[in-house]
Each structure stands twice: as structure tokens, then as C-alpha cells.
Design a protein around this ligand. Structure first.
Ligand SMILES: Cc1ncc(COP(=O)(O)O)c(C=O)c1O
Length: 505
């Protein structure tokens, strides 16, 4: 079909734009038209085709075009004249920078109206194009501003810290050139071998400044620009942001109740460099990857020469049944050293500790140690040493046991409260693990609006649709229950149940 010049222009604009992978289709069309207006390729007064015509020419759904036109109109880029059509506005919206390379970016929470435009790199602009990426992934359900750390043995932690600071060891004040404090690497290795079935020796452990740093290091060391990363869809924001910032091409792979489920088309497409998975407890749906899927993923990774990045971020928290062993262990058993296993102390100690680890195949150890030092200059050796003591003195396992009991209790309580309010109205996804639960909602519910409404009522919950890359009709709320005090939980749960109930009736 021969396209009109305008459709041709928009098609070029759509292909030219380096879109954010989570950008839904209508936003792509919106961005393409907005870009053309801003760059004056679509001059003031130009008439846009009808939504039906444009949908046909771009081979897109009409709803998508209508939604894009609506947004452009709401923001003042186009004007609609009843009966006559849609036109590019004579004047661009207020304060708009006419240079497409300038992205207007205002820092969240900046009370002062700082209207200065800043130039971000192309990569930075892509990363921040979509708002809503908060600092925390798992947030407390209540917006009281206090995280419930009552279970954290603060006195013991202080005592262990003091013991370390009293040590007469000048090396602890230096940078770390060895990929992590040896005692901590040994402690992590012992823990992972026994608790998670990871096949390793201590030398394979690299201590990093958090999972984000682990992912960044892995991308920088193993991927080139435009290499493909398979990610779960829905996915942990931090992972794709990091791949994205490292110029990887992201291919979202559907997740079902057995975890990542590549289609025949995925398997037949050019192979990925990375396969990022959360097999013990898929983030955020909670699916546990089945043994059959694990095996086929390992086989595929071997065939495709891909690296599996296993993010085992909260496997400590299983409330029933037997813990699921790591994918890394299974791959090692099969003689396939293609898994990089990642874990973190964010969930089991506290998020701000920013200490995590990667278990590397032997062949990668020397290069990764060098890169870790050259790129990030790690240190915090007192903290690493104290954590090692905390583990070796047995406090870590006691702490995890207590946390598990407390979280299981909170989860049961929240489920019971929600069940009372919502029985029969929603399909609740319940898994026996993790620090979140997902409440699935019918697809006509606007979960973004609902979560904003909850937020303004003091409840911090996430819209499930925002974890998806591209369009989805899945709707729901992701609810963190771990850091809310038991007393607050009942009240919060009731309030949440009422708010969901109200949109369902
Ligand atoms: C899936 C997943 N991986 C890793 C992390 C932790 O990352 P970090 O170690 O950078 O705190 C989180 C935090 O919420 C997460 O949800």
C-alpha cells in the first residue's frame, strides 16, 4: 500500500526514535508525532489524517492513534476542530524547548520550580523518559515513612561493627582490590552451597555494591552494543534499566505460572547474549520456574552461547514447601557453566547496606575482578568484615529464621483481611514466597489510576501493568507487606480492600 507523505514521515520517525522498551504503543505514536511537530517537520497548522486513516496506514489499532491524538491535544501540541479535523497547534506548549535534543527533566520532589532545561545523553533521556521509576522496588504498604525494622537485631549488629572497628588492621581502610573481603566471600560461599544448592568455591564469589552494580558489571564485561537481552515480561525495573543503559536490545519474553516461557518465535530469532531470570520467585508475579523450564533454558543457553543471569533476590523467604534450589546448581550438574548467579543483602539485612554478590564461572574470575576494581573502586571493608562476622557468629541464620516467621505471619494476616473485603471479586495470586503479593484485577480497571488513588490515601502499592514492557491488558496491584508493622497491616489491608472494592462495583 502506498502511504501518504505524512504517514511515511511518521513511520520514519517511529523507526528513528530510540524508544523506551516499556513505552506502550500509543505513546510511541504520540512521541513520533510530537517529535515531528517539535522539529518542525510537521509545521503549525498542518492537518493530521483522521485516526482511522492513520491507523490503516501505520498498520496500528485505531484506539492507539486516538489515545495518541488525545494526549497531544491535552498537552497543546494539536487542536481539534469539530467536524473539520485535527491540526498542529499554531503555538507550541509553554516553555517548550524547540531543540529536540534537549529533554526537559525535572527532578522528582524538587519543590522549587526549577525550570532550567538540562541536556541528557541519549541514553539518559531514554532512561528517564518514563516517570514512575521510584527508588524502591519493594515498598512498604503503608506510607508512614517508617520501615519496620523491628526484627533487625540492631544491638548485635552494633556489637559486631564495634568489634571490627576495634581491629588494628589498616587494610580495612583501603580500597578493595580482591573482589571482596575474603572472610565474607567464604561465608557467602558456605551459605549458598548449603541453602541454595549453588555449586561454587569462595573464589568464584565477587562482592559488589548491590545487584545494580552486579548487572552493570556483567553488561559491560560480556555484552557489546545492540546485543540482545531476554528479560521476563513483566520484569524487575532495575534489570532492564541497567541493560538499557548499557545499550542492549531488550526482548521481553512472556512469563506464565512456570516462569519465563519463550515462544517458538523467540527461540527462532537471533540468540540473546543474556537471559535474565528470577526463577526462584519471578518478580513481580511470584511464579516459580518449573524444573522442565529450567532444564530447557539451560540447554538453550548452551546451544545459543548465551549467559543466564539468575537473580535470586529473595529466595530466603519461602513460607511453605521445600526451598527451590538454584538454576546455577542445576546447570553445574549438567556441566554447563553459563550461569552467573546474583544475590543481595538488601532484603535480608537492610536495603541501604548495598552489598551483594555474583557467583562467576571460573573462566570469568580474573577479568571481572580487574574490572570491578577499575570501574567502581570498591571499599567498605569494615562493613564487609562486620557482615562476615555477623554470618560466621550465626546471627544471620537466626535473623533469617525470625524474618521468615514474621513475614509469613504478616502475609497470612494481609491475605485474610483482603479476602474478607474482596472474596469472589478478584483473582488473587498467592505464592508461598517473597515479600509481595499480587492482586489481579479485571482488564478494564485502570491500575495506574487506582494505585495513584491509593498513594494519596497513604497506601503505597504498584500498578502491575507498569512492570510490563509494551502493551498489556494485564491489570493488578503489587503489594509489599514485609516492612509494615503487624498492627498497621490490618488497618492498611482494610483500607486497600475498600478502595479496590469501590472500583470493582
Ligand atoms: C528482582 C530484584 N533484584 C534485585 C533487587 C535488589 O537490588 P540491590 O541489591 O541493588 O538492592 C531487587 C530489589 O528490590 C529486586 O526486586
Amino acid at each position: 500500500m502506498k502511504r501518504t507523505p505524512l504517514a511515511e514521515l511518521l513511520q520514519t520517525e517511529l523507526e528513528r526514535q530510540d524508544f523506551h522498551p516499556r513505552l506502550p504503543g500509543y505513546k510511541r505514536v504520540y512521541e513520533a508525532i510530537r517529535g515531528a511537530i517539535v522539529n518542525r517537520r510537521l509545521p503549525a497548522g498542518a492537518k493530521l489524517p483522521s485516526s482511522r486513516d492513520l491507523a490503516r496506514e501505520l498498520d496500528a489499532s485505531r484506539n492507539m492513534i486516538v489515545a495518541a491524538y488525545d494526549q497531544l491535544q491535552a498537552e497543546g501540541y494539536v487542536e481539534s476542530q469539530t467536524g473539520s479535523g485535527t491540526y498542529v497547534a499554531e503555538a507550541l506548549p509553554d516553555g517548550f524547548s524547540n531543540d529536540g535534543s534537549h529533554v526537559r527533566y525535572q527532578f522528582l520532589g524538587d519543590a522549587a520550580e526549577d525550570d532550567e532545561a538540562v541536556s541528557l545523553s541519549k541514553r539518559g533521556a531514554r532512561l528517564t523518559r518514563e516517570e514512575g521509576m521510584d527508588a524502591y522496588e519493594v515498598q512498604p504498604l503503608a506510607l508512614s515513612g517508617k520501615m519496620d525494622l523491628l526484627n533487625f537485631p540492631i544491638k548485635t549488629w552494633q556489637r559486631v561493627q564495634n568489634q571490627v572497628w576495634r581491629r588494628d588492621d589498616v587494610n580495612l581502610y583501603d580500597y578493595d582490590t580482591t573482589g571482596g573481603y575474603l572472610q565474607l566471600k567464604r561465608a557467602v560461599a558456605d551459605y549458598l552451597r548449603v541453602s541454595r544448592g549453588v555449586a561454587l568455591d569462595a573464589d568464584q564469589v565477587l562482592i559488589t555494591g548491590g545487584t545494580q552494580q552486579s548487572l552493570d558489571l556483567i553488561s559491560r564485561m560480556l555484552a557489546d552494543q545492540n546485543d540482545i537481552a531476554w528479560v521476563e515480561n513483566p520484569c524487575y525495573w532495575g534489570a532492564w534499566s541497567s541493560f538499557y543503559a548499557n545499550d542492549l536490545n531488550i526482548r521481553p519474553i512472556a512469563v506464565d505460572l512456570e516462569g519465563m516461557n519463550p515462544s517458538a518465535e523467540d527461540l527462532a530469532s537471533p540468540p540473546p547474549k543474556f537471559i535474565y531470570v528470577t526463577p526462584s520467585h519471578q518478580y513481580p508475579t511470584g511464579a516459580v520456574m518449573s524444573l522442565a523450564r529450567r532444564k530447557s533454558l539451560i540447554e538453550y543457553a548452551q546451544r545459543a552461547n548465551a549467559w543466564i543471569l539468575e537473580d535470586d533476590y529473595d529466595s530466603e523467604f519461602r513460607y511453605a514447601g521445600r526451598p527451590v534450589a538454584s538454576l546455577q546448581g542445576l546447570a553445574a550438574e549438567a556441566g554447563v557453566p553459563r550461569v552467573l548467579y546474583m544475590g543481595t543483602f538488601s532484603k535480608v539485612i537492610y536495603p541501604g547496606i548495598k552489598l551483594a554478590y555474583v557467583v562467576l564461572p571460573h573462566a570469568l574470575i580474573p577479568s571481572f575482578k580487574t574490572a570491578l576494581y577499575d570501574l567502581y573502586r570498591p571499599g567498605q571493608l569494615h562493613l564487609q568484615a562486620a557482615l562476615a562476622e555477623f554470618i560466621d557468629q550465626g546471627h544471620f541464620t537466626t535473623h533469617i529464621r525470625r524474618l521468615r516467621q514474621a513475614y509469613a505471619q504478616r502475609r497470612t494476616l494481609l491475605l485474610a483481611v483482603l479476602d474478607r473485603a474482596l472474596k469472589g471479586k478478584v483473582q488473587q495470586v498467592v505464592v508461598d514466597a517473597g515479600l509481595l503479593l499480587v492482586i489481579k484485577l479485571p482488564s478494564h480497571i485502570d491500575d495506574v489510576a487506582l494505585s495513584a488513588q491509593c498513594q494519596s490515601n497513604g497506601l503505597s502499592v504498584r500498578p502491575l501493568s507498569r512492570y510490563y514492557i509494551g502493551e498489556t491488558d494485564v491489570r493488578g496491584l503489587v503489594v509489599g507487606f514485609a516492612y509494615v508493622d503487624t498492627n498497621d497491616l490490618v488497618e492498611c489491608g482494610k483500607r486497600l480492600g475498600d478502595m479496590i472494592g469501590a472500583v470493582l462495583t
